[in-house]
Design a protein around this ligand. Sequence first.
Ligand SMILES: Nc1nc2c(c(=O)[nH]1)N[C@H]1C(S)=C(S)[C@@H](COP(=O)(O)OP(=O)(O)OC[C@H]3O[C@@H](n4cnc5c(N)ncnc54)[C@H](O)[C@@H]3O)O[C@H]1N2
Ligand code: MOO
Length: 403
Amino acid sequence: MSLLSYETSQNMLSLLKVNSSKTQNLPLSASLGRILAEDIVAKYNDPQFPTASMDGYAIKYADQDLEGITILGDNPAGKNETRVVNKGECIKTFTGSKMPEGADTLIQIENVSVNEGKISIDERVALNSSVRPVGEGYKAGDVLIKKGTKIGFAEIGVMAALNKVMVKVALKPRVGVISTGSEILDLGEESDNPAQIRSSNNYTLTALFEQAGAESLQLGTVGDDKDKIMQIFQDGLEGVDILVSTGGVSVGDYDFVKDIVPRLGAEVVFKGVAIKPGRHILVAQKENKFIIALPGFAYSSTVTAILYALPLVAKMLGRKEPYKIVEAKLAQAFKKRSKNTEFTACNLVLEDGEYFVNFKGKKVGSSAILTNMLNESALMITGEEDDDLEEGTYVNVILLESI
Ligand SMILES: Nc1nc2c(c(=O)[nH]1)N[C@H]1C(S)=C(S)[C@@H](COP(=O)(O)OP(=O)(O)OC[C@H]3O[C@@H](n4cnc5c(N)ncnc54)[C@H](O)[C@@H]3O)O[C@H]1N2
Ligand code: MOO
């Protein structure tokens, strides 16, 4: 089987025409976890007026030399104070209050003594002390959050501060997941056949796609039966943007998926990439829908879903990249197992601003070992040209936590 290089396959993937213009408006609090479809631009300065950041007295900085400063009254938070502070005067002003005109400094309560309607300064403060200047946080016109950002708690708060009642988000692409194989049993399914295994792929992948911002659809499991596979693929394709399957892409007598995909009227974009794991991957397109047939092994299907399905999901969501890649130093030697581009589950440790890779607790074996991805693992990339690598070598690593 002739295999494309990883780089070529990724280039071909990136050239696929993907519709990314579908958006919807959601109330702010319903937008958590969704992908922004607009830049969030500050409509005003933060704060909009000079604001006290301590409880104290709004004074003129130079008046701290005076014997006593007359208190004009109180200025609680939320009051639109109109009195002006003149020489020798102050207004009691609280955290969050608008600073009165004429005052440039807030001296906190702890620094003064109050006597007969006047304050005297016990401990001086600096000019503009405890006053948040206009635009301290951001200025009107600043782009605060970029289109394509996943909305988290901080984004929600910043948008609330801008009175963003409705938020424009990308419509979730619909990704359907099918697991194939006569040996697999769906969650909760009973069987007394000891040669069967529990199907995990469909659950791993629906979770992965949800995490990446898609709407995942569990389309179920199907045995190695040509007609049944054909039917579930045909039905599944109706309601999704991307159909992802696992199993049945290798060379065995019962590997039917690879033969069925072209019979769905889909055009095969590529089949077979020089990667480990996942070399049997098949990517096809039918009109504006995509079919990604992944190998059955649990680790292979997860890695290839990250490499080939997530870029399409990201594009549909208007995101620049599906995940982040960082450079890291090998904290131990690495034995390369094949001539292909390899994706190896690893631990990524940040020390003094530098990432280090180690493989503590990671098992070497078949492509079935999904447990290697537990414990906040990352994915190390080693290229076709790489051989065994010495400790201290720099490598690229996919940050799975950035999905
Ligand atoms: N003679 C050859 N044999 C194999 C080759 C090859 O080139 N020549 N390639 C191997 C590689 S590499 C891979 S990867 C697998 C891919 O095979 P398939 O995609 O056809 O997958 P299956 O055979 O259906 O399953 C592989 C493996 O994964 C288990 N599995 C399947 N579905 C699930 C599921 N939903 N959840 C968890 N585990 C699943 C299945 O039981 C098998 O153990 O082919 C190699 N063979
Ligand atoms: O390509 Mo397979 O997924 O290496 O084991």
